[in-house]
Design a protein. Structure first.
Length: 224
């Protein structure tokens, strides 16, 4: 059989050889992409580990982006709690583990994760980008109750910096009952140190970091 030559216009051939348009990475890179992107000294500036995946830091700058980063790990309908909800609301270092509240019927599917039987009141739950989370106030006091001292103080400081009031924090703390009551005095001490009652009555209380004395008092409360 003879071979018939196929004539292709020159501009079509050149167009086929041109590189495809560049597109931003908007989700966790795949293994093949990571092998190409590896660059010691640069990776930690452009990629951030979230649980077991690396995400471009630009995709984690908003609450919706942080919810999207956690979504692959959410096996069923759940409520993000503690450090997870705090991270969704306020950013900062990503959580080291997944902490959620799930229905009893779904517990078997979450064996590898930290789950709670906590039943949060409706006022302590908000929806962020389609995902239910503890409010910033509730997340902050939960971390303040149970986390290591430095993280406990940082949680209340982050909530205060985001505009959460002393009243809102104490209200959320009163909802921590039953098994969630552990650490309430400790969390209350941190709130008292970082948000003294005298500051709450000020016309325009500062939203940034507290003075060194307040931080030291808060750390003492967390360690005590």
């Amino acid at each position: 059989l003879g071979v018939q030559a196929l004539c292709v216009p020159g501009h079509a051939a050149l167009a086929h050889l041109e590189p495809e348009p560049l597109a931003p990475i908007l989700e966790a890179p795949g293994d093949d992409e990571l092998r190409l992107l590896r660059c010691p000294g640069l990776d930690e500036q452009i990629l951030m580990p979230v649980l077991s995946r690396l995400y471009p830091v630009d995709t984690l700058r908003t609450p919706a982006g942080r919810v999207a980063a956690l979504a692959p790990f959410l096996l069923t309908d759940c409520i993000l709690l503690g450090a997870n909800a705090l991270w969704v609301h306020a950013g900062g270092p990503p959580p080291r583990s997944l902490v959620v509240s799930v229905d009893e019927k779904d517990r078997a599917r979450w064996k590898r994760h930290q789950i709670h039987r906590a039943h949060l009141p409706r006022m302590d739950i908000v929806t962020v980008a389609g995902q239910r989370c503890a409010t910033l106030a509730r997340a902050a006091v939960d971390v303040a109750r149970t986390a290591p001292a430095g993280e406990a103080v940082a949680a209340i400081a982050m909530a205060r910096g985001a505009g959460v009031s002393r009243v809102a924090l104490f209200l959320a703390l009163t909802h921590c009952r039953g098994g969630a009551a552990a650490g309430r005095p400790r969390a209350a001490g941190i709130i008292e140190s970082l948000l003294p009652a005298s500051q709450e009555s000020a016309a325009d209380p500062p939203r940034g970091g507290q003075g060194a004395a307040g931080i030291e008092d808060a750390v003492d409360a967390a360690q005590g």
